[in-house]
Structure formats: C-alpha cells, structure tokens
Design a protein around this ligand. Sequence first.
Ligand code: NAP
Length: 294
Amino acid sequence: MAETILVTGANGQLGKSLQEISSGFSGKYHFLFTDVDTLDITDKAALLRVVSDEKVSCIINAAGYTDVNKAESDVEKAYLLNETAVANLAEAAKSVDAFFVHISTDYVFDGTATEPYPVDAPTGPVSVYGKSKLAGELAARRVQCRGAIIRTAWLYSPYGNNFVKTMLRLADTRDSISVVSDQVGCPTLALDLARFIMTVVDNKKSENQMDIYHFSDKGKISWYDFTVEILRLANKNCPINPIPTSAYPTPAARPSYSVFDLSKSEAIFNIPDWRESLAGVMPKILHHYENNIR
Ligand SMILES: NC(=O)c1ccc[n+]([C@@H]2O[C@H](COP(=O)([O-])OP(=O)(O)OC[C@H]3O[C@@H](n4cnc5c(N)ncnc54)[C@H](OP(=O)(O)O)[C@@H]3O)[C@@H](O)[C@H]2O)c1
C-alpha cells in the first residue's frame, strides 16, 4: 500500500514543484497537498488529527514566512510560522513516528565566510527572517523526531513571485537595471530541490536521527551574474549595471557570501549546474510571466 506524505504550503514555489513531480511516485506514495486554507500549520490540534487520521508516514514542510524584508517589522508572525509552527509539525510527526522534512535557509549564516559553508558550520543569522528560521531548526531538533533539515538558497520557479520574474518585469518597465554584484551564492530551481527532497525521503526515511543537508544548484555567482543570464535567455536587451550592496539598502541585511558545501547532498543526488537548470526552465517561466500565471 502507498505511504502517505503530507505536504504543507503546497501552493508556494516548492509546494507546486512537489506537485509537479508527484505523479512520478504514484503507487509508492500518496501525497496529501495542503495549504493554509486546508491545513494551517499554526493549528497544532489539526496537525495532530490529520497525521493520525490519514496515517501519515512523512511530512514535508514547504510552508513558512518567506518575506525577508517584511519580517523585520512583522517579527511575531515570522516566529509563529518559522518557529512555533515548525515545533507543532515536529511534534505531529513524532506522534505517529513520521519522517519530518523541514526546509531552512542559507540566511541562518552571517555570510562572512570565504569558503563554502559545511552543514555543521556555526550559525549567526543577521536578519529577523534568518533568526526565526534558525529558531525553527532548533525547535525541530528539540522535539527529537526523525527527519531532515534541508537548507536551501535563492529559490526560483515558474510559480509565485521570485527574483527571476522580478528581473523580467524590471527589464520590461525600466530603461536599465541596477543589481548587486557583491553578494554571492547559488540559485536553486525549486524543481531540483523537490527532486532532492524525494531522494532524501526515499533513502533516509527509516533513519532515526534528524540530519542537516545543504542544497542549492551548483555554482557560485552574484545576483548581477544571475540577472545577466536571465535576460540573455529571455532575449531582453535592457542594460544591467553592477552595484554594491551599499547602493541598494533593504530593511533586512543579507549575507554577502551564501555558498554551500554540497558534498553531503552530492553523495546521494546528482546536483545540476545552475545555468543548466535555468536554461531548462526558462521557457516555462516566460510562459507564466507573459500570461500572468501565479
Ligand atoms: N524563496 C527563497 O528564496 C528561499 C530561500 C531559502 C529557503 N527558503 C525556504 O524554502 C521554503 C519554501 O519557500 P517558498 O519560496 O516555496 O515559499 P512560498 O512560495 O512563500 O510558499 C510558502 C507557502 O506557505 C503558505 N503558508 C503561509 N502560512 C501558512 C500557514 N499558517 N499554514 C500553511 N501554509 C501557510 C503560503 O501561503 P500564502 O502565500 O497564502 O501566505 C505559501 O503557499 C520556506 O521554508 C523558505 O523559508 C526559501
């Protein structure tokens, strides 16, 4: 009989990407896709009821408070979703001995490193969002359920709002674009992350501990480099100016270096290069962008 996987935040970028690949697992896994309208992760009683009623063997938490700038002034809600609700989910997972996959972020680091961050590197978030996500990691670990914390970075997809769609819009509406060139990291196609998550589920779901993984696509680039490639693939000729972070103040500070050591994830998954993933998905992103599909 197929095992049941509960996915929260299923209407977000990662949630929709998991929906995209779910048919490839029919017979093996039955997916229960939920979002805030059907299962609010802040409602602990509802979570405990669903995992028991539906005999859930794995929870993938794709929900969260993800607006990095807004979190600076919406602190309580950021912690409610990124810490308290994560504890709820971990406790629900523990109550039925389910495997809990939680998604975290490169923003748990301060970005002062000069070498890729290994999974056990010291954390030091510099924004409310990063602090709330680190609090969520710690909350999940405190519950001592089985599972995986997967830190990812610079997520984009055809869905919702993200950096790629913003650059397309700016290229269509401005005479030129200025983009920061002194923050480096690597973009992650949400579909690649979804595939990696399912590899972790397949390979690790009977393990007893809570493990940490780092996952982005492969490479090391700046937001400026990313924009150059986005507009090249989209055939948009808008001039792009590289600028320092100091010339683009935002409410939340960003780590200037966000490169992950991917060796632990590469041992179980063939991670694509960011350029290859972007080129593959660009026609679909353009279709969503041009037709205003969320
Ligand atoms: N985006 C990035 O660049 C990035 C980078 C690193 C890590 N991450 C992490 O990756 C994960 C997925 O990110 P994403 O970009 O796919 O997020 P997203 O597109 O913002 O999706 C999050 C989903 O969670 C839903 N949600 C909000 N409150 C909820 C609640 N109380 N109960 C259930 N669902 C709720 C949201 O609904 P509404 O839209 O209605 O609020 C949305 O559908 C998050 O944990 C994020 O922190 C993201």
